[in-house]
Design a protein around this ligand. Structure first.
Ligand code: GTP
Ligand code: MG
Length: 193
């Protein structure tokens, strides 16, 4: 897809902040530090658009990015960061579940996992929830550049088993691996809605 414009629109801390123009939305989900914001920047070829960081737990709100004036990317806060308080963890669950279950504009949920590790219990819980609730859902494994081809293959077949899926897209912001494939999945999902 040719990106003619990509702009940060707003950070939503509650439902009343969600955008209201009914454009289709692609949501990016995954644990803290898995690479959600980096992947968004990489898809859009815009370096600093979504804020990235080495400190997990950076993104605390749902961030809306308007692409080509015709659809949104939403960057959700990461889950599973051990150091956040119980209240913050409960807030994540509430915010994410409200958004995922109520948002009619949702064309695709892109769930990121770290290619180097087995999916966590929370990864599996989220994936099951998305399946159970019939949400269009796709798994992407990030940081593929950190593994050899062989290690990556092994890791992906283990992850596919645990998540009970036949398809995982491997992605790297460093090499561009997976970028074209992911765009074609996004396009296909938007045509369906
Ligand atoms: P939160 O907002 O805290 O939930 O994190 P996030 O999921 O948005 O992660 P972020 O994009 O901020 O990336 C976390 C770290 O991983 C950063 O240091 C990135 O540079 C690094 N990173 C992300 N994607 C890749 C990748 O494909 N390859 C490599 N080598 N590093 C990556
Ligand atoms: Mg982030």
């Amino acid at each position: 897809m040719k990106i003619t414009s990509a702009e940060f629109v707003k950070s939503a801390f509650e439902k009343s902040h969600w955008t209201t123009d009914r454009l289709p939305e692609i949501a990016f989900l995954g644990r803290s530090n898995v690479g959600k914001s980096s992947l968004i920047n990489s898809l859009l070829l815009r370096k600093g658009l979504a804020r990235t960081s080495n400190t997990p737990g950076r993104t605390q709100s749902i961030n809306f990015f308007l692409i080509n004036r015709s659809f949104y990317f939403t960057d959700l806060p990461g889950y599973g960061y051990a150091k956040v308080s119980k209240t913050m963890r409960a807030d994540w669950g509430k915010m994410a579940e409200e958004y995922l279950s109520e948002r009619a504009e949702l064309a695709l949920c892109i769930q990121l996992i770290d290619s180097r590790h087995n999916p966590t219990a929370l990864d599996m819980q989220l994936s099951e929830w998305l399946k159970f609730n019939d949400k269009p859902h796709l798994i992407v494994a990030t940081k593929a550049d950190k593994l050899s081809k062989n290690e990556l293959q092994k890791s992906m077949s283990a992850a596919a088993k645990l998540l009970e899926t036949s398809k995982i897209i491997t992605f790297s912001t460093q090499t561009g691996l997976g970028r074209e494939e992911l765009w074609s999945e996004i396009n296909a999902a938007m045509i369906k809605t």
